[in-house]
Write a protein that binds this ligand. Structure first.
Ligand SMILES: [Cu+2]
Length: 496
């Protein structure tokens, strides 16, 4: 950072220092009026993401005691890559808190003795100075207590507000508190807790080793990671959210930031209800994507009608595909092919390809026309000749693979491995089939470069013939050569 910019930063920081909270003197315990002192006392149940404490069955207020512990923990942000997160309750996002409108909350913020820094908490559900921040500034090895009354129902973000605030939030210091309306929320079958936040690290995405917070990147709002629940793949594969066909699913979704707004979307689902901005009113039905600001939240409810893997994304999609903002909901149960048939037919379609200008494109076009004519005159040829398989495989590649592996098959170094001249793919036919069928995650080396990403399984999207075609295409393009893949080969691996 240059000197002028650094000084400007200090001036700005001192003029907004009041937005961050420092130490204040303790006032002594509040004298509770007799009616409040007489309320039943209960200890709140806290849960780590993606879990949510059970709905509150009480229909009268209580005095709820919350003990939340701040801990600084070094753990995985991406495979092979560690980060020192600052946490509320040991997880990112922090523990989910659940109270009821009218509850009087006795809040204890405990800062673990191993912490290096003081921290505090600003709960957006609190009415009062700093949302609790001014009362909870807590040194390592200390505990602060304050009391608040939950006046307004809704889903609220809480976060640390110790200077520099973007750094405390950027290290993972946020979570959600739900203040249930007096009558509770309508019951659903499954409730989940997902929160988005960005991380600014000195090294690149999945750069390996222990990564440090990068202040200039944070000031420029250039995150290295945009994550759901604090790490790449936190709700993917065997950690996916789950539901059964016919169930109603509710996601309490929040954005810790510190800077980005999320365009929250579940691929293949429609939100039946959205409690926009975490308020108590269902402001909209039948929503595709809901926008959730930094320091804001939303409740989305939807019924799952057909089985499959539904992918949760920030629909600012580079964040999903390149920075980690991707999760999965796996729905099991009976198919309903009227609601969703799966791919019914795959026929050759050439459109007005002749419009494509270049000589090469025209030759390709002529070739494709010839192939199409050939298929028409002799349908059995379709599965027999490599050229036909290549032509069909290309269409499949351009629909299903190119977004990650790129049209040139070159991939993106360190993120998506190349298929062009890939020693890994060409070394083992059965393994290549297995990858397309079942997906792949975990560390691999392709042409001397390490990869550790998530390749989604294609078995729900492609049938056996299409898999044979796309594999024939990728193993015969860009300098690769191999025999055509047959449907029998795919079936053999599928049956393993
Ligand atoms: Cu903090």
């Amino acid at each position: 950072m240059n000197k002028a910019r650094f000084l400007a930063g200090i001036l700005l920081a001192s003029s907004v220092a009041s937005a961050a909270e420092g130490p204040v003197a303790a006032l002594g315990r509040v004298q509770l009026p007799p009616d409040v002192a007489a309320l039943p006392v209960e200890e709140a149940i806290l849960t780590a993401p993606p879990h949510v404490p059970p709905p509150i069955k009480r229909r009268a207020p209580a005095r709820v005691v919350i003990h939340l512990e701040v801990r600084e923990v070094t753990t995985r942000i991406a495979d092979g890559t560690q980060y020192t997160f600052w946490t509320f309750g040991g997880s990112v996002p922090g523990s989910f808190l659940r109270v009821r409108k009218g509850d009087v909350v006795e809040f204890h913020l405990n800062n673990h003795p191993s912490s290096k820094l003081p921290h505090n908490i600003d709960l957006h559900a609190v009415t009062g100075s700093g949302g609790g921040a001014s009362s909870t500034f807590t040194a390592p090895g200390h505990s602060s207590q304050f009391t608040f009354k939950a006046l307004n129902p809704g889903l609220y973000v809480y976060h640390c507000a110790t200077a520099p605030v973007p750094m405390h939030i950027g290290n993972g210091m946020y979570g959600l508190i739900l203040v249930e309306p007096e009558e509770g929320l309508p019951p659903v079958d499954k409730e989940y807790y997902v929160m988005q936040g960005e991380f600014y690290t000195n090294g690149p995405y999945a750069g390996g080793g222990l990564q440090l917070f990068d202040t200039p990147k944070s000031i420029d709002e250039r995150p290295t990671y945009v994550l759901f629940n604090g790490s790449v793949g936190s709700i993917v594969g065997d950690k996916s959210l789950t539901a059964e066909v016919g169930q109603n699913v509710r996601i309490f979704f929040g954005v810790g930031g510190p800077n980005l707004t999320s365009s929250f979307h579940v691929i293949g689902e429609i939100f039946d209800k959205v409690y926009v901005e975490g308020g108590t009113h269902v402001a909209q039905h039948n929503v595709q994507t809901t926008m959730v600001p930094a320091g804001g939240a939303a409740i989305v409810d939807f019924k799952v009608d057909v089985p499959g893997t539904y992918v949760l994304v920030d629909h600012s999609l580079s964040r999903a595909f390149n920075k980690g903002a991707l999760g999965m909901l796996k729905v099991t149960g009976p198919e309903d092919r009227v609601i969703y048939s799966g791919k019914e037919v795959d026929a050759v379609y050439l459109g007005s390809a002749a419009e494509a200008g270049t000589v090469a494109a025209m030759r390709q076009d002529e070739l494709e026309k010839k192939i199409a004519a050939e298929i028409k005159s002799n349908p059995t040829i379709a599965n027999l000749t490599k050229e036909v398989q290549m032509s069909k495989g290309k269409q499949i590649y351009m629909q299903n693979c190119f977004a990650c592996h790129l049209p040139t098959g070159e991939g993106i170094p360190g993120v998506f491995p190349p298929l062009a001249k890939s020693d890994f793919m060409m070394a083992d036919r059965e393994r290549a089939i297995r990858i397309v069928l079942k997906g792949l995650n975990g560390p691999i080396t392709v042409n001397g470069q390490a990869y550790n990403g998530v390749m989604p399984p294609q078995s729900e999207i492609l049938n056996e013939e299409q898999m044979a075609d796309v594999l024939t295409y990728v193993t015969n393009m860009w300098g690769n050569t191999a025999n055509a893949f047959t449907v029998d080969e795919i079936r053999k691996v599928k049956g393993e």
